[in-house]
Design a protein around this ligand. Structure first.
Ligand SMILES: *Cc1c(COP(=O)(O)O)cnc(C)c1O
Length: 425
């Protein structure tokens, strides 16, 4: 344990407010999230038909909550859990709920316009006429990888064209997987913000197209937020108590902030002040932490503060945060944990060894969450300020494993070996 230094910094959100006060600034309403949830349910029979792996859940794409062994630098009391979005069917990442929801909302619009569901059934979308109409449309998205897979796979399955604009950080295997499934992948030399920009421009200039805007889309955000009530049901099933004396801590890896923002929104709706949500970012791509510290300057980039955007956590390699996510998180987010690159590799390795769970580097960021609560002055200050210290022995912690099950074995082994070397120090 000599020269391994795990870097963990915690930036607390001074604007966090009690859920008992109305959140006045919201663009998103609980009705919108409810509508998203109903849409995913309404389309479930079609999804079960299109993706045989969804048969056993009747077309609902949801991941398990599972207990894990705590790492040695977590608090030694309390319950530790992993939310396994790495195992989400169809998309293999947290992007499934949001990306699929937005594509289905677009299809609903086309269905109204062309009357594609004469029998009021989503199965009508398999008719020849529907496929002919949908086949004229293109869904475009900018992605570091996983959003592209989610949007690309569902769009192609419904007979639409998919175009995915990818940044330099995108991994080769993700591009290949998308191309194998019929999507068009456009590679950009620049960073994520640029890839999104070019995708947006191109899509807007075309008539039969829809652009999934990772930085601004409310549809995407609402799809992510559906995770809140679904997790609540799993928490009830396990008999996990969440109240003033049993606080719940949730740690979610953050890129632009849309996926973790939507999840945080949903969780705050379910648990109010009893849930404490923290995002986790790599130190050279911590756009959300940077923006939260410069709220008077929208669209502040990580380059402005000297960060490089170099990280193996491709899903988190984003230079500018989503303003939609920032706005929704100002009253709701507890803080942002900023971590070193070594944390990712070592924790990916340890999770595999101690719990036999295989995730990608981006997802491994979440595992630094509890460490930040128990090993930083800011963590202690947070517990003190909210009167939580005496209840920590009864707290539950959920690390959100956002992706990884589609990762090729040799790719995983490469990271695993790096983590192993670090863990041996
Ligand atoms: C996209 C992604 C995130 C973060 O989601 P944002 O909406 O970009 O904040 C986290 N983990 C993985 C694996 C992802 O693909």
């Amino acid at each position: 344990m000599s020269d391994l230094r795990l870097i963990v910094n915690l930036v607390l959100n001074d604007e966090l407010r009690s859920a008992t006060e109305p959140y006045l600034t919201s663009n998103v309403t609980s009705t919108m999230v409810q509508t998203a949830q109903e849409r995913l349910e309404r389309y479930a029979p079609l999804l079960a038909y299109l993706f045989p792996e969804l048969e056993k859940t009747q077309g609902i794409i949801e991941s398990p909550l599972m207990p894990i062994k705590a790492f040695s630098d977590y608090g030694q009391a309390g319950g530790y859990w992993l939310k396994g979005d790495h195992a989400l069917a169809v998309a293999g990442s947290v992007k499934a709920r949001g990306g699929i929801h937005e594509v289905l909302e677009f299809v609903d619009r086309l269905s109204d316009e062309y009357c594609l569901m004469p029998n009021n059934s989503v199965i009508d979308l398999l008719s020849e006429r529907s496929l002919e109409v949908l086949g004229k449309y293109t869904v475009t998205v900018g992605s570091t990888g996983n959003l592209g897979m989610s949007v690309g796979i569902i769009s192609a399955a419904l007979g639409m064209q998919a175009v995915v604009h990818m940044s330099t950080e995108a991994k080769e295997w993700k591009k290949k997987r998308l191309r194998d499934r019929g999507a068009t992948v456009i590679e950009h030399d620049g960073d994520y913000t640029l890839a999104v920009e070019q995708g947006r421009e191109e899509a807007l200039s075309e008539a039969f197209s829809h652009f999934v805007d990772d930085e601004q889309s409310i549809s995407l955000f609402c799809g992510y937020a559906v995770a809140g009530s679904r997790l609540k049901a799993q928490i009830d099933e396990f008999g996990i108590r969440v109240d003033a004396e049993h606080p719940l801590f949730v740690y979610i890896p953050c890129g632009v902030g849309g996926a973790p923002g939507g999840i945080a929104y949903g969780l705050k709706q379910e648990f109010g002040d009893h849930v404490h949500v923290f995002f986790v970012e790599p130190e050279d791509s911590s756009c959300f932490a940077v923006q939260m510290q410069h709220l008077d300057r929208p669209n502040t980039s990580i380059y402005d503060v000297g960060q490089s955007n170099h990280t193996e956590a491709d899903g988190l390699a984003v230079p500018v945060a989503s303003q939609l996510a920032i706005k929704e998180m100002r009253p709701r987010l507890s803080g942002v944990v900023v971590i070193g690159e070594d944390n990712l590799m070592r924790d990916l390795y340890l999770l595999k060894e101690q719990n036999d769970i295989q995730i990608e580097p981006s997802a491994a960021a979440a595992l630094s969450g509890p460490r930040a609560i128990f090993n930083t002055a800011e963590g202690a200050a947070y517990l003190k300020k909210h009167g939580l210290a005496e209840y920590m022995c009864r707290a539950n912690h959920i690390v959100w494993a956002t992706g990884g099950s589609f990762m090729p074995e040799d790719e995983f082994r490469r990271f695993w070996r790096r983590g192993k070397a670090l863990a041996k120090r």
